[in-house]
Write a protein that binds this ligand. Structure first.
Ligand SMILES: CC(C)(COP(=O)(O)OP(=O)(O)OC[C@H]1O[C@@H](n2cnc3c(N)ncnc32)[C@H](O)[C@@H]1OP(=O)(O)O)[C@@H](O)C(=O)NCCC(=O)NCCS
Length: 82
């Protein structure tokens, strides 16, 4: 993860989740838009699944390849340049 993240100061988005019954109503998008509009610096996140990569790409995050975690899962680092 340290190798994948930007070398310069940046916003790190640690986690986001919407309860299953409330998904698809724009809640996560609204949170991301609010946080990113106030960021003023590059953004970095790690998508837990390939499936959410297109969701983050909507907000300008660019895929940085795959990051295997030892014998664990493969995760997907993404960077958004301000
Ligand atoms: C990803 C997540 C936070 C989106 O929350 P949400 O409040 O439903 O998001 P929004 O309503 O703002 O946007 C939903 C849009 O993203 C798309 N999307 C969300 N997750 C997706 C996925 N896994 N694969 C493909 N598209 C996805 C939806 O199709 C929808 O598209 P639409 O606007 O064209 O209908 C929610 O699905 C969730 O909590 N998932 C489980 C936890 C998780 O995976 N967190 C991210 C870890 S990296």
């Amino acid at each position: 993860m340290e190798r994948a993240r930007p070398a310069t100061p940046h916003l790190y988005l640690a986690a986001i989740g919407t309860l299953p019954g409330a998904r698809g109503r724009g809640l996560a998008s609204a949170l991301l838009e609010r946080r990113l509009s106030a960021a003023g610096q590059d953004g970095f996140l790690i998508s837990n699944t390939r499936g959410t990569v297109p969701f983050y790409a909507r907000f300008g995050f660019e895929p940085q390849g795959e990051l295997p975690i030892g014998r664990g899962p493969v995760v997907y680092p993404m960077i958004r340049r301000k």
